[in-house]
Design a protein around this ligand. Structure first.
Ligand code: KIV
Length: 288
């Protein structure tokens, strides 16, 4: 049976039915396949890859070419999920023309199903142009990591005087401009709940509390890849950092002891099985 793909319309229907949306970041085909097969509705090729894949301190150095490269890999690993390509810093801030041209490149060369960009009312006109060009847009307000230096760090947003009103106005402006969804990052749960009840498009929280229409986490964070990184809004659903270290230690010990590889993991000069072609794998990746 053909898999039903998640579209921006599916996400809208999920909000209307009160079904929560599960979104995660993904940066390569193997992870994308695992997350997709496990039921994630949306995969975001986030510019967070600058931090968790490339090892930078912020997302600022990530280029459009890098996002396109990773997006292509994620799309190849995905069957059901909706894939969102993240517009990196500097790829849409210069002019409306630049924003539309780069978003079109990301859709065309990356193969994603929609794009995400950071910022509220200030980008409403760009959102309008993108939507008119047939490019679905996910907004992102609250803590917008591309404004790290302006915000003075990774901090909860909306607590200052007028902060609540500004966030609600930003969400409304994005909705009016035509976004199909809005990420709410690191804002008080009551503000996120109010925005969710105010706008008709699904809200996706990260550090926005349980009142959002869905949740997103950086996949490396929720899988516990970095044992030293545990902000309050992250729940570790696995301890893969520890698991990987244990597996690699076993491998190193077995290689050093000469117990890996065994005879069963080695080849002989004559293949006893009839019709064996000598190929190591079938195209589906199963061992011959
Ligand atoms: O880049 C990213 O991973 C993101 C999510 C945290 C929403 O923007």
């Amino acid at each position: 049976m053909k898999t039903q793909k998640v579209t921006i319309h599916t996400l809208r229907q999920m909000k209307e039915r009160g079904e929560k949306i599960a979104m995660l970041t993904a940066y390569d085909a193997t992870f994308a396949r695992l997350l997709d097969e496990s039921g994630a509705d949306v995969l975001l090729v986030g510019d967070s890859l600058g931090m968790v894949v490339q090892g930078h301190d912020t997302t600022l150095p990530v280029t459009l070419e890098e996002i396109i490269y990773h997006t292509r890999a994620v799309v190849r690993g995905t069957t059901r999920a909706h894939v969102v390509g993240d517009m990196p810093f500097g790829s849409y801030q210069t002019s409306l023309e630049q924003g539309v041209a780069n978003a079109a490149r990301l859709m065309k060369e990356g193969g994603c199903h929609s794009i995400k960009l950071e910022g509220g009312a200030v980008h409403a006109e760009l959102v309008r142009r993108l939507v008119a060009a047939g490019i679905p847009v996910m907004g992102h307000i609250g803590l917008t990591p591309q404004s790290f230096h302006q915000l003075g760090g990774f901090k909860v947003q909306g607590r200052e005087t007028g902060g609540r009103e500004k966030l609600i106005a930003d969400a409304r402006a994005l909705e009016e401009a035509g976004v199909y969804s809005i990420v709410l990052e690191a804002i008080p749960a009551d503000i996120a709940r109010e925005i969710t009840q105010t706008v008709s498009v699904p809200t996706i929280g990260i550090g926005g509390g349980a009142g959002c229409d869905g949740q997103v986490l950086v996949c490396y964070d929720m899988l516990g890849m970095d044992e030293t990184f545990k902000p309050r809004f992250v729940r570790r659903f696995a301890q893969l950092g520890q698991t990987i270290k244990e597996a690699v230690s076993s491998y190193v010990s077995e290689v050093r002891a000469g117990t890996f590889p065994s005879d069963a993991e080695s080849f002989t000069g004559v293949e006893s099985r009839p019709q064996h072609t000598g190929a190591l794998y079938s195209t589906a990746g199963t061992k011959k």
